[in-house]
Design a protein around this ligand. Structure first.
Ligand SMILES: NC(=O)NCCC(=O)O
Ligand SMILES: [Zn+2]
Ligand SMILES: [Zn+2]
Length: 467
C-alpha cells in the first residue's frame, strides 16, 4: 500500500530556485511540487500533512566527509555509525559518505568489507563509502576498477601521515592514472607530511609540546606546496582531483589558478576552518587539544579567503571531516606531546546550522548554502538528483528548517558521542525542525523518530561535476 505525505506552505530552496510550494511525497520519493494555495496543490490528499508555513523546505544535507569509528593514533573516533548518523539526522544531514580504510598489506576489498560490516543495519540515514588507499600496488590498482563498478567511485590518498596512510608521489601518480581510466575521483589530503615530521621532531626537541604547536608545524606553505604538487600530478595523469579539508589562503590560490587554467580541480573546506582559528588551538590547560585536526586550524585571516573561495566557486563543497575524539581519555593521549593528540573534530550535527548562520551573516546566499552543502556534494560524488535536491523523482530526503529559531550550541544538548562541542556557547539563528529520510520522518518537530537500520547503503556513479 502506498503512503503519501505532503509538506505545505514552506519556502522550497534548492541550489537553483526558491519557490513557495507544496511538496508531495509517495513511497519515499518526491512525486510533485506545486505552488502553494493553488488548486493543483490543494487537491492532494495524504496520510500526513506537515505544515511548513514560515519555514524553509530544503534538501537533506549531504556530508561527503565523515569518519565514524576511524582508527587513529591508537584509538577510534568516538561516534559509531549508529550514534554518528543519528546525530547527523538531528543536524539535518540525510546522507553521509564515510571513508573505508585499506590498511597497509591488505586489500581494498578487506577494508571495504570491514566498513560495510560496521555500518550495515546501524545507520539512521543513508550512507556511501569512499576508499582510503594506503598501499598502492598492482593488485590495489586493479581493485580500484572493481570498486568504481560497484559504486565506490572515489579514493582518498594522503600526502601526510608517513608510516600510516601516506603515499609517495609515484604511488599517487599511479592511482591518478588509474582513476583517469576508470572514472574514479582522487581525493587528496594535501600536506607535505615528510617535511612536517621534521618540524614536529624539532619542535618537540625544543620542548614545544602544547597543542598550539600542532598548528605551527603544519604550515600553510606546506599545505599549499602539497596542493600544487597534487594538482600537477593530476594534470600529468589527466585525472580530476578533489582536495579535501582546504584551510589555507595559499592553498585556495593554488586551486583558483588551476581552475583558471580549466583543470578539473575541486576543493572542499569544513566549518572548523570557517568558524574557528589558531586562537582555539592556543586555549590554555590543554583545552587546545579539542581543536587539533589536520589540516590544522589557521589564523583568523585565512577565513576571508575560504569564504571568498566558496562565493567564487574556487571551493565547491563544505563537508565536516567529522572525526570526534573525547577530550577525556582520547585527546588527553597527547598531553606532553602534541603529535600524539588524535587528529579530528566533531561536527556532523552542526554543519547545516553553521552554514545557515553564514547566510544570516551575509557570507553566502540561501541557494549557495544548499549548493555547497547538498547539491554539489551529491553531484561531485555521483548521487544527483537522487540526493541533494527537491525535485520529482528524487529521494524524499527533506528538512523543514526554522530560519528564525535561536539556539546555543552545547555538548550538553548535542547528540554526537563526544564529551565536548567545538562550538560550545555559540549562538546560532536557525534550527532543524523536522527531517525526512526517504519519506520517513526521522526527526519530528525536534523529537527523534528514526531508528538504526533505516539508513541504507547508497552505491554511487562517477563524478557528475566535471568540465
Ligand atoms: N582531519 C583529521 O584531523 N582527521 C581525520 C583524518 C583526515 O581526514 O585526515
Ligand atoms: Zn585528511
Ligand atoms: Zn578526513
Amino acid at each position: 500500500m502506498s503512503s503519501r505525505t505532503v509538506i505545505r506552505g514552506g519556502l522550497v530552496i534548492t541550489a537553483s530556485d526558491e519557490i513557495h510550494a507544496d511538496v508531495l511525497i509517495e513511497d519515499g520519493r518526491i512525486v510533485a511540487l506545486a505552488a502553494s494555495n493553488t488548486p493543483a496543490a490543494q487537491a492532494w490528499t495524504a496520510e500526513r500533512t506537515i505544515d511548513a508555513t514560515g519555514k524553509y523546505v530544503i534538501p537533506g544535507g549531504v556530508d561527503a566527509h565523515t569518519h565514524m569509528e576511524l582508527p587513529f593514533g591508537g584509538t577510534f573516533a568516538s561516534d559509531t555509525f549508529e550514534t554518528g548518523t543519528r546525530a547527523a539526522a538531528w543536524g539535518g544531514t540525510t546522507t553521509i559518505v564515510d571513508f573505508a580504510v585499506q590498511s597497509v598489506g591488505h586489500s581494498l576489498r578487506e577494508g571495504l568489507d570491514a566498513w560495510h560490516a560496521k555500518a550495515e543495519g546501524n545507520c539512521a540515514i543513508d550512507y556511501g563509502f569512499h576508499m582510503i588507499v594506503s598501499d598502492v600496488n598492482q593488485e590495489t590498482l586493479k581493485e580500484m576498477d572493481l570498486l568504481v563498478e560497484e559504486g565506490v567511485t572515489s579514493f582518498k590518498q594522503f600526502m601526510a601521515y608517513p608510516g600510516v596512510f601516506y603515499s609517495d608521489d609515484g604511488q599517487i601518480l599511479r592511482a591518478m592514472q588509474r582513476s583517469a581510466e576508470n572514472g574514479g575521483l582522487i581525493m587528496m589530503h594535501a600536506e607535505n607530511g615528510i617535511a612536517i615530521d621534521v618540524l614536529v621532531e624539532q619542535a618537540l626537541a625544543r620542548g614545544e609540546t602544547d597543542p598550539r604547536y600542532h598548528g605551527e608545524v603544519r604550515k600553510a606553505l606546506l599545505e599549499a606546496e602539497a596542493t600544487h604538487r597534487a594538482i600537477r600530478l593530476a594534470q600529468v595523469a589527466g585525472a580530476p582531483l578533489y582536495v579535501v579539508h582546504v584551510s589555507a589562503t595559499e592553498a585556495v590560490a593554488e586551486l583558483a589558478r588551476a581552475r583558471d587554467e580549466g583543470l578539473n580541480v575541486f576543493g572542499e573546506t569544513c566549518p572548523q576552518y570557517l568558524f574557528l582559528s589558531t586562537d582555539n588551538l592556543a586555549e590554555p590547560d590543554f583545552e587546545g587539544a579539542k581543536y587539533v585536526c589536520s589540516t590544522p586550524l589557521r589564523p583568523k585571516e585565512h577565513q576571508a579567503a575560504l569564504w571568498r573561495g566558496l562565493r567564487t566557486n574556487d571551493l565547491q563543497v563544505v563537508s565536516t571531516d567529522h572525526c570526534p575524539f573525547c577530550f577525556e581519555g582520547q585527546k588527553e593521549l597527547g598531553r606532553g606531546d602534541f603529535s600524539k593528540i588524535p587528529n579530528g573534530l566533531p561536527g556532523v550535527e552542526n554543519r547545516m546550522d553553521l552554514l545557515h548562520q553564514a547566510v544570516v551573516d551575509g557570507h553566502i546566499s540561501r541557494r549557495r548554502w544548499i549548493e555547497i552543502a547538498c547539491a554539489t556534494p551529491a553531484r561531485m560524488f555521483g548521487m544527483y538528483p537522487k540526493k541533494g535536491t527537491i525535485a520529482p523523482g528524487a529521494d524524499a530526503d527533506i528538512v523543514v528548517y526554522d530560519p528564525h529559531a535561536e539556539q546555543v550550541v552545547s555538548a550538553a544538548t548535542h547528540h554526537m558521542n563526544v564529551d565536548y562541542s567545538a562550538y560550545e556557547g555559540r549562538r546560532l539563528t536557525g534550527r532543524v525542525e523536522t527531517v525526512l529520510s526517504r519519506g520517513r520522518v526521522v526527526i519530528d518537530e525536534r523529537e527523534y523518530t528514526g531508528h538504526a537500520g533505516h539508513g541504507v547503503y547508497t552505491p554511487r556513479s562517477t563524478c557528475q561535476y566535471l568540465n
